[in-house]
Each structure stands twice: as C-alpha cells, then as structure tokens.
Design a protein around this ligand. Sequence first.
Ligand code: NAD
Length: 493
Amino acid sequence: MTTAATITADDERRVLDGVPTGLLVGGTWRAAKGGAVFPVVDPATGETLAEVADAREEDALAALGAAVAVQESWAQAPPRERAEILRRAYETIMARVDDLALLMTLEMGKPVAESRGEVAYAAEFFRWFSEEASRIAGRYARSPDGGSRMLVMRQPVGPCVLVTPWNFPLAMGTRKIGPAIAAGCTIVLKPAEQTPLSALMLGDILAEAGLPEGVLNIVTTSRPGEVVAPVLADSRTRKLSFTGSTEVGRLLLGQASGNLLRTSMELGGNAPFLVFPDADIDAAVDGAVLAKMRNIGEACTAANRFHVHGNLAEEFADKLAERLAAMRVGRGTEPGVEVGPLIDEDGRNKVSALVRDAVDHGARVVTGGEPLPGAGYFYPPTVLAGVGAGSRLLHEEIFGPVAPIATFADEDEAIAWANDTPYGLVAYVYTQDVNRALRVSERLDYGMIGLNRGLVSNPAAPFGGVKHSGLGREGGIEGIDEFLETKYIAMPA
Ligand code: NAD
C-alpha cells in the first residue's frame, strides 16, 4: 500500500520492478528485434526509471500478425465473455490503484492524488464498456413496399491500431481498449514513448483477467513514425484510433487514407473559459482552478484562455492568482504537492516562450511567470492579466499551468473570441442565466461544453471535438460505435 504520505524509494523500486518491459506480441513478452531499448525518464528528476523494448517495423508487423491471427475467433467470443474480462480487469485495476498511481506519477509527473483519479477514471472505461458489450444490437424491418426483409447487424471492424499520448498514460489507452474489446476487435497498442510503463502494466492486468493471447498486442518504440506507418499501410489493418496532437493526427489521417481505414481522432484543443457578468464568481474561480490546473495544465481539455466580462476581470484575476499561488509545486510523490513537473524540456520551453510573448504584447504577470531553477521541468502556476489579442497563447495550446485573462464587453464579443480558433474540443461557460447558458452553448463551435462546471470528462458521456480537434467520440453509448461496422442483409419478403 502506497499513499502520498508514505511513498519511499523502496515503494518506487518495487513498483518499477513489477513492470514488464518487453513487447507484448501474441501473448508473449519479448525483446525488440536486435534487443534495442530506450529509457523512460522521471520528469521530476531527469533520471532514468526503466528501459523498455524499442520496436522496429518488423516487431510492429509481428504484433499486427498476432492481432490478425485471432481476429476471427475473438469476434466469435460471446459478448458476455468479453464483458466479464473487462469487468475483471476493472476490479484488478481498482485493487491496485495505489501501485498504478505511483507508477503513473513516476513516468508522467502528476501528483499521486491526481494519478489515483486517473486510474479510477481509466478503470471506469472498462466497467462502462463491459456493460455495453452485451448491448450490441441490430435491427429488422420489412421494406416500405413489402417486397423484401431487411436485417442490419453490427460486427467488429477488425484489427485496430491504437496510438495514445503521454498526458493520460492509462485512461487514453482504456478509453480505446475498452470499446475495442467489447466490440470484438483485436488490437495493436502503441503508447507514447514518454509514458509506456502504465500501458505495459495494463497488458499484464488484461492477461490476468483472461484476455486471450493476441487480442491485445503492445509495441513500445522511440521511433513512432517508422513503426506506425507500415502498420497503417498494411491491408490487414482496418482501423486507426489516435489521441494526440493535431499535427500528428493530420499526418496519420493522410497515411490512413491510403488504406481507407476507419479513423477516430482525438486531437488538440484551445478551450475558452467564458465568465459572463451574471456568473457566480467564486464558483467560476473554483471551476477555473480545476479546468486550468488538472493534470498540471497538460490536458486537451485544459482551459487555455479566460475571457472574462470587463466588470469582473480584476476580481477574477486576483482570486484566481491567490488560489494558484498557494498551490505547492514539487515531485508528485511528495505529500501535499498539487503541481508536478512538465513532461520535458521542450514542453517547458514552449510554455516559457508563450508567457514571454504575452508579456511582450502587454500582459501583466499577476503570479508566476518564470521557470523554476533546479532539476526537473518545473513551471509555477501563472496568471496573466490584460492579455492582448495578438498574443500567441490565445491561439496555441499552452499545455502548462498558465492562465491568460482577456476581457470582453458583450455576449457577441465573447462568442467571437471563443470561436476564433481552428480547434473545437471543449468550452467552459459560467453564467447563472439559463437562457444565456443555452443560447451561448448553441452558438459555440465545440464538441463539449462545461456549463458552470470545470470538468467534463466522464466515461458515460461522448467525449470528442469538432473542427481541428478531431473526428468521432470516445466513451458514452457512442464510444463502441467507433469499433463496429454495419452489415445489411437483404432477404425476400
Ligand atoms: P503527439 O501527437 O506528439 O503524440 C501522440 C502519439 O503519437 C504518441 O504515441 C507518439 O509516439 C505518436 N506519434 C508521434 N509522431 C508520430 C508519427 N510520425 N507517426 C506515428 N505516431 C506518432 O502528442 P503528445 O505530445 O503525446 O500529446 C499531447 C497532445 O495530445 C496535445 O495536443 C493534446 O491536446 C492531445 N490530446 C488530445 C486528447 C483528446 O481526447 N482530444 C486527449 C489527450 C491529449
């Protein structure tokens, strides 16, 4: 049992020693071709935590071969059987929440309390899709002219390639693996190179839960471009589900088009957080802390920019700055830490550059504003007031603990600001006027709205964006559709 108050170096070692570090291919953990490995680094210290197999193209094609080999038998497995495997895996994850949370903190940096939250969120996708597995239904009808009968069935789409990012090392995997297993698809999973350890542990947990060999294959690599492209070009692959940056998503969509793959794309965001003059300002500040600081600001759903009515802007900035300045920054394993390190030096450099650019454009630093010295990639919670329209951070994903505040004069201006982006994942709206709430929600070009609430993610809800934030939905009753194909059978009357 490890909790934030009691984590020791021995706990860390024990958890790391329990992680399989090979490639999972056809139910066997094995080395990469030529025995290549790459290091996984603790972003709080810069030290190597573990070395994992560094797959090459032929390893990835072997993983695809293993997935293809069992696709037909897996599609025939009774839905209840698939459901019960997911349910057992859910139970195991929850039973091991402390170890999984510690592992996640070590490789990704977020505070252990937050990692526990992600582990529970991740597990919930398995519970949710275990419940959906036995509800896959089709339909039957007579044709309108009575001349034929129509049967519609839904079948697994086939072998899937799942590519996931580092910021939610477990949940971004289970959000895809859960519905793929429930639907009867086989899988090649490629986790992010920064955080492969949580995904590797998941491979063991699913095997323990009874998942047949070959249904889930895991390929870790430091060369994702070289390894993923040939798998997408292979005609045996039928689906790509990707979560990550819009830039890489666009590239992979291009690759997927050659093979006409079904695709689900969960991409970048630039979430506006709108505070109208009739908002409950303290509730808005509470929501802002959550929407901004969850995951150290490294979330696609992170509030990227705050547009606050001119009458409230100063009070909002002061209250938010007071809350953020009080948050403790440090290694996520230490008790009381609320803000861990950013993922790497590039991530921190980007945040620093965006803050400097905003200041050059006239923004005032209310708190924070400079990277922290010493080991690890730490950046303090930062509030910038009076952010000018030309500032880059209003248009680019910040991915760090920085809250830029700009003002608006009326509803039309707020909506124009909010929609002035190619992204469309989530927008947050604070108002106590129910008519305004619905009117504004209708006009926002986003896949999700947080209405007087700073957190939208829920495994039972359809998560996803519009425009450059992606295609398709994950979670909810919609999530399994992404892994099912529709077949129509025409019969005589
Ligand atoms: P990234 O696009 O750099 O990497 C994502 C994944 O793609 C990783 O597994 C990486 O190894 C792989 N990859 C990178 N280059 C590749 C290539 N050429 N070919 C094949 N695979 C390649 O993103 P990231 O930095 O890991 O994650 C952060 C991004 O993810 C942010 O933009 C964030 O908004 C987005 N994200 C979106 C959601 C969502 O649900 N919409 C959720 C989490 C993160």
